[in-house]
Design a protein around this ligand. Structure first.
Ligand SMILES: Cc1cc2nc3c(=O)[nH]c(=O)nc-3n(C[C@H](O)[C@H](O)[C@H](O)COP(=O)(O)OP(=O)(O)OC[C@H]3O[C@@H](n4cnc5c(N)ncnc54)[C@H](O)[C@@H]3O)c2cc1C
Length: 317
């Protein structure tokens, strides 16, 4: 199934979960142990994130320092297919611009098509850790809209090599990211909304938002989107706080605000267990209000920790 078909046809609101591939060296069983308890609640889709390579510095035997490129969490495509096979649900593969040339992207899309993965969440990717700005590969995409256009072209049978005539057409359902609190590089919310509108005009089927902790930000964002003529479904992204330090870490990593009430409540907690309780309650309240307002779906960022999501899902669905 395609995400957009489920969004359009589901009579009940549903939820999706986003998983990280295991760290290199761990087996896929570690991911199944996260997913198994969540699958009892029958999410129709599982999103699997894509992680670009990053540079680390390693000391050689002779004392010289070597800069090495490593991918800490490989395996997105393999994991998607394993999930589809094991749980008989659809997977949404995240695909990023970073680290890919357009030709490598085309080959990856052909692989995804052959493997039966129909859903792609299209992202630019963040700059690698220790680097200030995003730099595309030579002959790669600079922005997610360019990757989206490549996919919509392939959906029409248009390949990079124009001597391929009558090539088969893929049939990908495409989602993109949206930012209720603005993407951190955008000069203002209006410019960022123009970017989202361009992605919609280029064929995106739906949008998933960055996490937010105040529903007002989401409701205002949706209202501004609708005013701009962005009429695709906008799926709210939610993340329960589970560690005390996240009240400072999440804003610096994801450029999101923590409301004063939530910050104060977490600040008073004596340990992470107390913070988790508050975080779960907060997300349940957010979820209740969003569902009451008629959102078709909630998207949970699990960050490889299923327990809080299970409690939230039990309370909401
Ligand atoms: C739900 C969700 C899931 C995610 N999953 C992953 C993942 O799996 N892997 C990963 O690496 N990252 C992931 N991310 C993070 C994402 O890659 C980053 O937020 C990234 O910095 C931006 O990606 P984007 O697709 O929104 O970028 P874009 O849409 O390309 O926008 C990036 C910035 O460029 C601006 N812009 C766009 N077009 C132009 C233009 N033509 N000229 C000037 N400025 C322009 C935009 O306003 C924005 O500020 C995810 C984010 C979300 C919300």
């Amino acid at each position: 199934m395609k995400v957009i078909d489920v969004l359009n046809n589901s009579k009940q609101p549903f939820f999706t979960i986003e998983l990280l591939p295991p760290l290199k060296g761990k087996n896929i069983e570690s991911l199944y142990s996260i997913l198994d308890p969540l699958m009892e609640f029958k999410p129709p889709f599982i999103n699997v994130t894509y992680h670009s390579s990053e540079y680390i510095y390693k000391e050689r035997e002779n004392g010289l320092i070597e800069k090495v490129s490593i991918r800490k969490r490989p395996g997105t495509v393999g994991i998607c297919v394993s999930i589809m096979h094991r749980y008989k649900v659809d997977a949404v593969a995240h695909l990023i611009c970073g680290g890919f040339t357009k030709n490598e992207t085309e080959d990856a899309l052909i692989d995804l098509h052959y493997l039966g993965v129909k859903n792609i969440l299209i992202l630019r990717g963040d700059p690698p850790v220790n680097e200030k700005e995003f730099n595309p590969e030579i002959n790669g995409h600079s922005y997610s809209i360019d990757l989206l256009k490549q996919i919509t072209n392939l959906n029409k049978g248009i390949y990079l090599e124009d001597d391929i005539k009558d090539g088969f057409s893929t049939d990908f359902c495409t989602g993109v990211a949206g930012y209720p609190e603005k993407h951190f590089e955008a000069p203002n919310l209006s410019a960022d909304l123009n970017n989202l509108k361009n992605k919609v005009d280029a064929g995106s089927d739906y949008c998933v938002t960055q996490m937010f902790f105040s529903n007002k930000k989401y409701f205002d964002f949706v209202e501004s989107c609708r005013k701009k003529g962005i009429n695709i479904p906008i799926i709210p992204g939610l993340k329960p706080i589970t560690l005390k330090k996240q009240v400072t870490k999440l804003p610096s990593t994801f450029h999101v605000d923590i409301p004063e009430d939530l910050f104060n409540a977490i600040d008073k907690c004596k340990d992470d267990a107390e913070a988790t309780k508050i975080g779960i309650e907060w997300t349940i309240n957010q979820g209740r209000e969003l569902l009451k307002a008629g959102v078709p779906c909630l998207h949970f960022f699990t960050m490889s920790n299923p327990k809080p999501i299970i409690e939230i899902v039990k309370a909401l669905f």
